[in-house]
Design a protein around this ligand. Sequence first.
Ligand code: GUN
Length: 291
Amino acid sequence: MQIIDGKKISAEIKLEIAEEVKQILTKSGKRPHLTAILIGNDGASETYVAHKVKACEQVGFESTLIRYDYTISEEDLLDKIRQINKDDNIDGLIVQLPVPEHISEQKIIETIAPEKDVDGFHPVNVGRMTIGLPAYVSATPNGILELFKRYKIDTEGKHCVVVGRSNIVGKPMSILMSQKDYPGNATVTVCHSRTKNIGEICKQADILIVALGKPGFIKADMVKEGAVVIDVGTSRIKSDKTKSGWKLKGDVDFEQVAPKCSYITPVPGGVGPMTIVSLLKNTLKSAKKEI
Ligand code: GUN
């Protein structure tokens, strides 16, 4: 059994990105620039955005964090997005989700210019990714593909079971795993909240990718001997052992499941750090006008 070290791989990729930034800077005199919009004070969102800003600093990107109170109107927010769309100095724009209820998430996603949509959430990017055209791919699925590449994990002809069908992870992941390229060419099954016999289906997986947000959901009896298990879950659960009073827990019961796996991602330190690196990579692509 090998533990997939997302923290180590992400650190290596950050060094590669930093090297590219130096070259871009010499050529054009301009650093790639990511702008993030954060609305309100949700604890998890605060943490994620802080990590993104820090990662930008580490690789030499410029970053701008725009904060709004949760009372901001939808129209004011959309106006700001339209203004950023026109700003040649900004390469990538993300609005941290979730947003307050009076603001339409879909309107935000569709207002961000597809060429600055480094989250890969705009229908243009989702559609392009689906038919195999160059596109910004959603960060978490892209990070998982990168882990398969770096660990040389074989995916061709394998049965890949994706648990969860969110637009951000499950759906794009299932499409990417079936694409005619490496890492892909897998036979894909998608399980979700209405799936019957979910345990039996998971047990057939050579590659099991779990993104449903239920801590410890996948138990040993749901996993085939020798499977590759990728855990996308990041639930915050109470802990009296940490300073913050909480710790992250994945969707997989790691203690039980790990001994059966050929490869497994831990939580934290598996998929999470790769998500941020994917965002940096997309921003770099935008700065280089690759898509
Ligand atoms: N909320 C949870 N994950 C994400 C993400 O990848 N991007 C954005 N913008 N918001 C999120």
